[in-house]
Design a protein around this ligand. Structure first.
Ligand SMILES: [Zn+2]
Length: 308
C-alpha cells in the first residue's frame, strides 16, 4: 500500500468517463479498461471511505480516512453495462453526470465522433469548405487542417448548429460498419437506463448539460437551454429533487454561475480549472483518473490530489 494514502484525510472527488473491454486507448484517453477500473475501485474501497452524493450533502464523512466520491461524466451506456453491476455488487456509491443528448436526433457526443472518424475515415475530408487531413498525433489519428489545427480544437467553442453540421459531415464520411463495431465508444444511456440507475440508493444522476458544449462562450439564452432543460428532463426521468451539475470540459464563466444561482442549482462540480480562487466555495473540485497508469500508482496520486 502506498504510504501516501495512510495519513491522508479530507475529500477527493474522482472523474471517470468510459469503461470498455476493448482497447481503451483506441480513440482517445477518456476510456479505462474494465479490468483496471475494477481493480482501482476495490483498492479505493480497501483504503478509503467511499461516499455518496447524499453523504456529501449531509457531511457524513470520515475524519480518519480519505473520503472518495466516484463520479462518471458523459453518460456512456458502458457505464450502465460495466460500472453499474460492479458497483452494486461491491456496494460502492457514485454520481453519473449525463447529457440529455440521447433524446435528440444526433444522439451521440461531438468529441466521440470526431475522435473515431479519422481512425476509419478518408485521408482528406471537407468540413464547412475547409480541408482536414488524417494525421497521427501521439497514440491516435486526428483530423488537422493546413495550419495543423485539430478539428476538435477548431470547433471547441463552436455553437450547437455548427458542431452538429461537423458531426453530420463526419458521420456520412465513414462507412457505418466502422461505427457499428465501436458502439461502446460513443453510445449513450437511454432514459430507461438512467431511471434504473437512479432507483438504486447508491447512485445519483447529475446533469452534464444537454449537448456537451463549452459553456464558457455561450450567451444567457443558450446557457438556460443547455443547463435548465437538461436538469428538468432529468428531474422528470429520475424523480430526484436535487440534480447536481458538472460543467463539460470543466469550463464555465461568471454568466454560468449567474444562471445556476438564479435557478438555485447549488451543487456544482468542476475540474481543476477555476477562474477565481473564491469559486472554491461554490464549485466542488474533481480529480481526473489517468487510464494509463497502474491502480496502485493511481491510488497514490488520488491520495496526493495531484499528478506530481
Ligand atoms: Zn464531459
Amino acid at each position: 500500500m502506498p504510504k501516501s494514502i495512510k495519513n491522508q484525510k479530507g475529500l477527493r472527488i474522482l472523474v471517470f468517463h468510459g469503461i470498455t473491454v476493448d482497447d481503451p486507448h483506441k480513440f482517445n484517453s477518456r476510456f479505462i479498461s474494465k479490468q483496471l477500473f475494477e481493480q482501482l475501485v476495490l483498492l479505493l474501497k480497501q483504503h478509503c471511505n467511499l461516499i455518496s452524493f447524499t453523504d456529501l450533502l449531509e457531511k457524513n464523512i470520515s475524519s480518519s480516512k480519505l473520503n472518495v466520491l466516484i463520479t462518471f461524466d458523459d453518460g456512456y451506456k458502458n457505464n450502465f453495462d460495466y460500472a453499474f453491476p460492479f458497483l452494486v455488487k461491491h456496494n460502492v456509491p457514485a454520481i453519473f453526470f449525463v447529457t440529455t443528448r440521447h433524446t435528440s436526433q444526433l444522439h451521440y457526443l461531438f468529441n466521440d465522433i470526431v475522435d473515431i472518424s479519422p481512425v476509419y475515415g478518408k485521408e482528406k475530408v471537407l468540413v464547412n469548405n475547409e480541408e482536414f487531413y488524417r494525421k497521427k498525433i501521439f497514440l491516435n489519428y486526428r483530423y488537422v487542417n493546413k495550419s495543423n489545427e485539430q478539428l476538435a480544437k477548431k470547433y471547441h467553442h463552436a455553437r450547437l448548429k455548427s458542431r452538429n453540421g461537423v458531426l453530420e459531415q463526419l458521420w456520412t464520411t465513414n462507412s457505418s460498419a466502422a461505427y457499428k463495431s465501436n458502439t461502446c465508444f460513443f453510445e449513450l444511456m437511454t432514459d430507461s437506463m438512467i431511471k434504473t440507475l437512479s432507483e438504486n440508493k447508491l447512485f445519483t444522476i447529475g446533469s452534464h448539460t444537454k449537448n456537451h458544449l463549452s459553456l464558457a462562450t455561450l450567451n444567457r439564452d443558450e446557457l438556460e437551454e443547455e443547463i435548465i432543460d437538461s436538469i428538468n428532463h432529468l428531474k422528470h426521468v429520475t424523480g430526484q429533487t436535487e440534480i447536481p451539475f458538472a460543467f463539460p470540459y470543466g469550463e464555465y464563466s461568471e454568466e454560468v454561475l449567474n444562471v445556476c444561482l438564479k435557478h438555485q442549482i447549488k451543487n456544482l462540480f468542476g475540474t481543476e480549472l477555476l477562474l477565481n480562487e473564491s469559486h472554491k466555495n461554490v464549485i466542488e473540485n474533481r480529480f481526473q483518473i489517468n487510464p494509463f497508469i497502474t491502480p496502485i500508482l493511481q491510488l497514490h496520486y488520488v491520495a496526493k490530489g495531484k499528478y506530481e
